[in-house]
Design a protein around this ligand. Structure first.
Ligand SMILES: Cc1ncc(COP(=O)(O)O)c(C=O)c1O
Length: 426
């Protein structure tokens, strides 16, 4: 098929007529499908159901140091959970704090703590005239919501397949001491599925920030979430790189088992230098008497070790892989060569990032909704919900069944075609 951008007015009009007809037919089916949030499907949740049976009324509920997990005590995580999440985060257990059920909650808390208490003895951010964050875009909407909530000014930094534009990051961070952090999803990024290159990680570790309390918010939410056994991305471990570069306190690494076990009922962790972790602990001991140790115990007894985690993630991959491939095949087959969109082809994670012709994303999302398919709101992948080009759409293939996903993908490509033709017709 000819590129849409090379069609003349009459050709476009004829095409629009055809597509309008197709759209009315699809609309008449009364679909109700959702490709908006990166949630595991029910089949994926079922993979962890045996975890519900590892702790019983007559189980030994003491952790390996003999602490009774039914009672108060051990504020920053039982040793075996630190070991498990330490292996997942590629750091020693002494560099880990185990939190509650959500890493996003820990990120929110880290910013709240920096606002009211300051970072390692520095002036609390709430006492400063201005606090800024760098936001690689497109990125994770909930990161941007946190910084927006605290009135932190967000600066867009373009993403590349190698990671954020590091020339820009280095320049801004070294010149402006109001810049206190950067949001990063370094592996199988949300929404592109990109993994930061070795050079990007090394440049991050060697940053020379103007602000002593600048931290890299390294949200490694998809660290073990591969789709393939033989085609996996590799991310250099950043905490060790920071130590090597003489910058041991530069990074907070966040992780959780949300998309390993049960989202909202997993365990979250932070990995960082001892000095940073002491800062976290000073706040934490006022905030709580401790997190859910029974859930920590349950996770360790179920997964056992890193190999157990990997074996479990392969089962997730078996469910997710056909879904990603279905969406990618549909995009290739229906939109390939038409010049009206580009998309990423991730090897892991939860998302595919789609870029339409400029000025079309909102209209595509609205059109899909009209046909009964909910997509992530256009603009959500940018700070303040403002995509300057109105072109990025995040596709989340995980939750629908394969059958529903097939229908949703067809609706999506039809909406892309229709909106693009309308745009080209002016
Ligand atoms: C990049 C990223 N970080 C964090 C989260 C949420 O993690 P948690 O459930 O641990 O709060 C998500 C969920 O979609 C995510 O995509």
């Amino acid at each position: 098929m000819k590129k849409y951008t090379e069609m003349n007015h009459d050709e476009l009009l004829a095409l629009k007529k055809e597509l309008d007809k197709e759209f009315e037919e699809i609309k008449a089916q009364g679909l109700a499908l959702d490709m908006s949030r990166g949630k595991p499907s029910n089949a994926q949740l079922d993979l962890s159901m045996e975890m519900m049976d590892v702790l019983k009324g007559d189980s030994n509920l003491k952790c390996e140091t003999g602490v009774d997990c039914r009672n108060y005590g051990v504020i920053d995580g039982i040793p075996e959970a630190k070991r498990l999440l330490g292996e997942m985060s590629e750091v020693d257990p002494e560099h880990i704090i185990i939190y509650g059920n959500s890493s996003l909650n820990v990120m929110f808390d880290s910013i709240a703590r920096s606002m009211t208490q300051g970072v390692m003895g520095n002036t609390p951010w709430c006492k400063l005239d201005k606090v800024k964050f760098l936001c690689p875009v497109p990125g994770y909407d909930r990161h941007f919501k946190i910084t927006e909530f605290f009135g932190i000014e967000m600066i867009n930094v373009p993403m590349t397949p190698e990671g954020p534009d590091m020339d820009m990051v280095e320049k801004l961070v070294s010149e402006d001491d109001a810049i206190k952090g950067i949001w990063c999803v370094p592996k199988y990024s949300n929404p592109q599925g990109y993994t930061y290159s070795k050079e990007t990680v090394e440049r991050f570790a060697r940053l020379k920030p103007a602000a002593p309390d600048f931290r890299i918010y390294w949200d490694n939410a998809y660290s073990i979430h591969h789709l393939y056994d033989d085609n996996q991305d590799f991310l250099v471990e950043i905490l060790g790189e920071c130590v090597k570069a003489g910058n041991p306190d530069l990074v907070y690494k966040f992780t959780s088992t949300s998309k390993v076990s049960f989202p909202g009922s997993g365990i979250a962790a932070v990995a960082a230098s001892k000095a940073n972790l002491d800062d976290f602990r000073n706040y934490m001991q006022i905030q709580t008497i401790g997190h859910d140790k029974l859930n920590q115990l349950r996770h360790v007894r179920f997964f056992k070790d890193l190999e157990g985690l990997h074996a479990h993630m392969r089962k997730h991959a078996d469910i997710l892989r056909p879904k990603f491939e279905l969406v990618l095949d549909t995009l290739d087959k229906e939109l390939g060569g038409l010049g009206i969109g580009e998309w990423t082809k991730p090897h892991g994670g939860y998302f595919i990032s789609f870029d339409s012709l400029d000025g079309c994303a909102k209209a595509i999302v609205a059109k899909a909704k009209e046909a009964g398919v909910v997509l992530t709101g256009a603009g959500a992948t940018y700070p303040y919900g403002k995509d300057p080009k109105d072109s990025n759409i995040r596709i989340a293939p995980s939750f629908p069944t394969l059958e529903d996903l097939g229908k949703a993908a067809q609706v999506f490509v039809l909406c892309v075609k229709l909106v693009s033709v309308e745009k080209l017709l002016g």
